[in-house]
Design a protein around this ligand. Structure first.
Ligand SMILES: *Cc1c(COP(=O)(O)O)cnc(C)c1O
Length: 441
């Protein structure tokens, strides 16, 4: 690279960032695993905390210079305990996957059996078997077995799972050590109490992965896994919980020492202190605003699902009210495959993702062209949209999928519509727009 080319790369990256901001300010972001932070969280993330090291626990650091970092981390822990009514909180895991690894290393040993959801049933790659490159198998050496799943109800079949496990024990002598709950297509609360009873038959642990639904739980609108019998809850802090990209572990005092030691020095060196600061602010917002925010998310998801369904799109689980969370899933094969739908919608400024749905498991569909799309309304809700806006969003989606309107024409309507929704809601202050590019050069 010449000097000139290096200079061009510098300008090019900054220009691309600005274009990305422009793109999102004109789009309808509906990826179920994303959200937009408040301006205060963005300020924390851009602070000098991003340059520092603070290995260990507040007050017992391996680095000097942590006097303010320690205070902030203690506030994050206190707020986490308050919001999730938990005895123990660790805000150091740097992502949801790392939080799951903390749980795997605390509650199971290599070779142990873990029960988790299959991916087409909503399971996450971090719960996966070694042969698929899943974290549980590849990194912790767990043997993963699947829950039996009722496709009609989109629900774990606990009785059928219990029968399967008894057969497995009779055939191989193997018993489960860890039951994992939680999913990436998380439509309805999981049967935590029932799985707890099953886990108790084996003296096994129960961990609940709240990556997607942490914000709904924080708002008291989904379920309360710790009270329903979970030993531990892991999460990402940036999906329905609209903080910076990070992870968190929430549990009981009796597991605190082992969880702490596994996190550090087991799985982390430094733990991204700017994100810890952003998380502290996000948790303060959760305490103040999420009862209302989470309620609005769930109402909006149901409204969007119903409106899309009325316009001819096969949104799944109508008989269960489509969803009790931020997420809805639609089978689009009446019109096109999920990948084509994703591509066309993106050209229209509507950002969703293609997704495997339960029937793909049976049909062994090519995972690159799944039958479904997954949509989450948490980000649109945070932009201040309510039920009437959801009905309009459904029309725009139907324009592309059902009416086969030119996506670039729909993009113009999307852009117009978006001009009314610029600020982040459900936070203390919103001085700048949700997708404003902030120059600090
Ligand atoms: C998103 C997700 C994760 C992990 O997320 P990170 O990207 O590592 O924060 C873990 N489990 C489930 C169920 C998820 O959906």
């Amino acid at each position: 690279m010449t000097e000139l080319e290096k200079l061009e790369a510098y300008s090019k990256v900054l220009a691309l960032l600005e274009e990305h901001h422009e793109f999102f300010s004109k789009s309808l972001p509906l990826i179920a695993s994303e959200n937009v932070c408040s301006p205060a969280v963005r300020e924390a993330v851009a602070s000098d905390f991003m340059h520092r090291y603070a290995e260990g626990w507040p007050g017992e650091r391996l680095y000097a210079g942590c006097r303010y970092i320690d205070e902030v981390e203690k506030i994050a822990i206190e707020l986490g305990r308050d919001v999730f009514k938990a005895e123990f909180v660790d805000v150091r895991p740097i992502s949801g996957v790392v939080a799951n690894l903390v749980a795997y290393c605390t509650f199971a040993r290599p070779g142990d059996m873990m029960i988790a959801l299959a991916i087409p049933h909503g399971g996450h790659i971090s719960h996966g078997k070694e042969k698929w490159g899943g974290t549980a198998g590849v990194v912790r050496g767990l043997e993963v077995e699947r829950y039996e799943f009722n496709e009609e109800e989109h629900e774990i079949d606990v009785d059928a799972t219990a029968r399967k496990l008894r057969r497995l024990e009779a055939d191989t002598g193997k018993r489960p050590r860890l039951f994992m709950l939680g999913a990436s297509v998380f439509l309805f609360p999981h049967p935590v109490k029932e799985v707890r009873r099953l886990a108790d038959e084996y003296g096994a642990y129960l961990v609940y992965d709240a990556a997607h639904v942490a914000g709904l739980i924080a708002g008291g609108r989904f379920q309360d896994p710790l009270r329903e019998g979970a030993d531990c809850m892991t999460m990402s802090t940036h999906k329905t919980l609209a903080g910076p990209q990070h992870g968190m572990v929430v549990s009981w005092s009796r597991y605190a020492e082992r969880l702490k030691q596994v996190a550090f020095p087991g799985l982390l060196s430094n733990h991204h202190l700017h994100h810890v600061a952003g998380l502290a602010i996000a948790l303060a917002e959760a305490k103040a605003f999420y009862r209302e925010y989470a309620g609005a998310i769930i109402r909006n998801a149901k409204t969007l699902a119903e409106a899309m369904h009325e316009l001819g799109i096969d949104v799944l689980y109508e008989h269960r009210g489509f969803t009790e969370s931020h997420t809805i899933v639609a089978d689009v094969t009446k019109y096109m495959d999920g990948r084509t739908a994703e591509e066309k919608l993106e050209r229209a400024g509507i950002i969703v993702n293609r997704n495997l749905i339960p029937k793909d498991y049976r049909l062994k569909t090519d995972h690159r062209k799944p039958s479904g799309i997954r949509l989450g309304v948490q980000e649109l809700t945070r932009l201040g949209m309510n039920e009437s806006e959801m009905k309009h969003v459904a029309e725009l989606i139907a324009d592309v999928i059902v009416r086969n309107r030119e996506p670039e024409k729909v993009a113009k309507d999307v852009e117009d519509f978006r001009t009314q929704y610029r600020k982040v809601h459900y936070c203390f202050e919103s001085a700048v727009g949700a997708y404003d590019y902030i120059r600090i050069r």
